[in-house]
Design a protein around this ligand. Structure first.
Ligand SMILES: Nc1ncnc2c1ncn2[C@@H]1O[C@H](COP(=O)(O)OP(=O)(O)OP(=O)(O)O)[C@@H](O)[C@H]1O
Length: 245
């Protein structure tokens, strides 16, 4: 059997906030070109897990490795530089800057730095890819909600990340936008990107993910092929106990 070495590995990753264990001994791998869904009821620890991977938070225990090299205690900007890019649940862009400037900022801070004409050319290509062609001159503050999300995605892609973390990127979209958003992520998948998708939209998980990891109360309760995991009685119980879904 051919061994596929993981792009990203978590081993025993734990995060405590005072007495609360928000993430409890998480173990999982993401292999190259895989779209891994990270799902679970509200408050189960998904965003905290992404924050630990991207370096916004430090784990209390455990190890996070990128292509076998530990990144556990690096600062967020160093982790970004090594190739982990993310989008946020609440879009974080520079509102007084243009779309083009925001996308190019991603090329400066990312894994593969680009400047000048090279950064411009790449930003134009990415804007086209995410559906923002011709809108590079607009200020981000003038955009519709879905377009700000497109900018965030293009900015995250601009540094050529080895792993892309999408934190509820589809949240808040109307049904038409949702279809466009899913198609957009599918294209990323088809071009071989490695992605962790935190998402409440189950149709998106079903249509985009190879595998998923399910969290409940900070702990991994299931992992595997999407259809199997979603049929797992423990997973169903965890979701039924969640009043918000
Ligand atoms: N900075 C923090 N300080 C204290 N507690 C926190 C902090 N961040 C998260 N928590 C708590 O950790 C737990 C996990 O939260 P987290 O946001 O990771 O869940 P989630 O699965 O992403 O939820 P949602 O689906 O609602 O976004 C929750 O109980 C939350 O209140």
């Amino acid at each position: 059997m051919r061994m596929v070495s993981p792009v990203l590995s978590l081993r025993g990753v734990t995060k405590r906030f005072g007495g609360l264990v928000a993430v409890n001994g998480m173990d999982f791998d993401v292999t190259e070109h895989e779209v891994l869904g990270l799902i679970g009821p509200n408050g189960s620890g998904k965003s905290t897990t992404l924050n630990l991977i991207s370096g916004a938070l430090m784990p209390s225990e455990g190890t996070i490795s990128l292509r076998g090299a530990p990144i556990t205690h690096l600062a967020a900007q160093d982790i970004a530089r090594k190739g982990v890019a993310r989008t946020f649940q609440l879009v974080r862009l520079l509102p007084s800057m243009t779309v083009l400037e925001n996308v190019k900022a991603g090329a400066v801070f990312g894994h593969r730095r680009r400047w000048g004409t090279e950064a411009n050319a790449q930003a134009q290509a990415l804007m086209e890819q995410v559906g923002l062609a011709g809108r590079g001159h607009l200020k981000v503050g003038q955009l519709t909600y879905i377009d700000t999300k497109r900018v965030e995605l293009a900015r995250a892609l601009a540094g050529d990340p080895k792993v892309l973390l999408l934190d509820e990127w589809l949240a808040g979209l109307n049904p038409t936008e949702l279809e466009e958003g899913i198609a957009l992520i599918r294209r990323l998948r088809d071009e071989g990107r490695t992605v962790i998708l935190v998402e409440h939209v189950m149709d998106a998980i079903r249509s985009l993910c190879d595998r998923c990891v399910v969290m409940a109360s900070g702990t991994k309760i299931a992992e595997g092929a999407v259809a199997d995991v979603l049929a797992d009685p423990e997973v169903i119980r965890a979701y039924l106990g969640d009043d918000d879904d």
